[in-house]
Design a protein around this ligand. Structure first.
Ligand code: NAD
Length: 321
């Protein structure tokens, strides 16, 4: 059995590896070769924590396992990340535990890979301005990964807590892109690609602010009640997601579905676009919207890659069970 620590994950997994792992598993899901099991998420009544499991099986990539973890709001005071997770991989032929892999860094990397895969397949080729809504822990991973998908010339950003925007400005500077803090109307008017990655519970981006042809990756809404996008904007967009069931229950489309503005048959999986069974964007004026809810198979995909690379590079600890 292998143990792959958070530090080792950072050493062995790059953005390219995560992109390939996530794109492959989205394609496998759309072919019916990989499926997620029902998600469990519970308030445990201790330390204000939310704890749960995301699990699944990818028959094509032979990843079987689960991500276990959740949200501990008091962790910041202890110098720890509030989100904590560990990924368990099992041998699909025997059921034996194959690897324990740190899940915190991998969560950020696989979430960034998800929006990146959507940008690669759905954004206009000539997209030149990227707009960021949100400036927390995930946002810099998002920006770095997205910046590799198009020849962006500028970053525009808005955050509910303006003092946090320095994180994004520093990242933009490191990757050589000019950075401008703007209001949300300006962000919509300028951006060709918009990523939203906040913990908001009400719309942060309204339909009338967004120009035709924009691609929007909504990455923050992963729980019932959270919301980042005006439901009218969702109704005006061609909507894609990682998994339709998650999108309509805990993802960004839950509100447009509940108010009857769209139905689940209006939503296409990104895997279908990757597999070329759906054309994806069909015009330069179309607004495309990707609801990245975050599925367990993404975690298993990047963790399997991390375990393989760590073993090949002699960086995994090997223990007898
Ligand atoms: P964080 O706590 O570091 O940052 C939170 C962000 O939300 C900040 O930009 C903050 O200013 C903003 N925010 C907080 N309250 C707000 C409000 N009332 N209105 C508008 N914005 C507000 O969190 P993070 O780790 O960067 O995660 C951001 C979100 O992404 C969370 O909701 C998290 O659950 C979600 N997430 C989704 C996935 C996925 O796969 N889709 C994966 C990881 C995290």
């Amino acid at each position: 059995m292998l143990i792959v620590t958070e530090d080792v994950c950072k050493q062995v997994i790059g953005r390219d590896d995560a992109f390939v792992a996530v794109e492959s598993v989205f394609a496998a899901m759309a072919r019916g070769d990989a499926y997620n099991f029902p998600v469990i998420r519970e308030a445990i009544g201790y330390a204000d924590a939310l704890y749960g499991f995301k699990s699944g099986f990818d028959k094509a990539g032979l990843s079987l396992g689960l991500k276990s973890g959740g949200y501990w709001p008091g962790n910041m005071e202890k110098g720890l990340t509030n989100h904590q997770s560990t990924i368990f991989l099992f041998d699909p032929d025997t059921g034996q535990l194959k690897a324990l892999v740190g899940g915190n860094y991998l969560t950020a990397v696989r979430t960034a890979a998800s929006s990146s895969v959507s940008i690669a397949h759905l954004a206009r080729k000539d997209a030149s301005v990227i707009g960021m809504i949100g400036a927390g822990h995930q946002s810099t991973f998002q920006l770095r990964a997205a910046a590799e998908q198009r020849q962006f010339e500028k970053v525009v950003a808005w955050n509910f807590h303006p003092d946090m925007l320095g994180n994004l400005e520093k990242t933009a500077t490191e990757i050589g892109l000019p950075f401008e803090a703007v209001d949300r109307e300006q962000l919509g008017a300028q951006a060709d690609v918009i990523i939203s990655i906040t913990s908001a519970h009400e719309p942060q981006l309204m339909k009338e602010w967004v120009k035709p042809g924009t691609h929007i990756a909504c990455m923050g809404t992963d729980t019932k009640g959270k919301q980042e996008i005006d439901p009218a904007l969702i109704a005006a967009s061609t909507v894609f997601t990682d998994e339709i069931e998650q999108s309509i229950t805990i993802g960004e489309t839950q509100h447009a579905i509940a108010s009857g503005l769209i139905s689940s048959s209006d939503i296409t999986t990104l895997g279908e676009v990757i597999n070329k069974t759906h054309p994806g964007r069909t015009s330069d004026d179309e607004i495309t919207l990707f609801d990245g809810t975050g599925v367990g198979l993404q975690d298993l995909a990047v963790a399997s890659t991390a375990a393989r690379l760590a073993e090949e590079q002699g960086k995994a600890q090997v223990v007898e069970l």
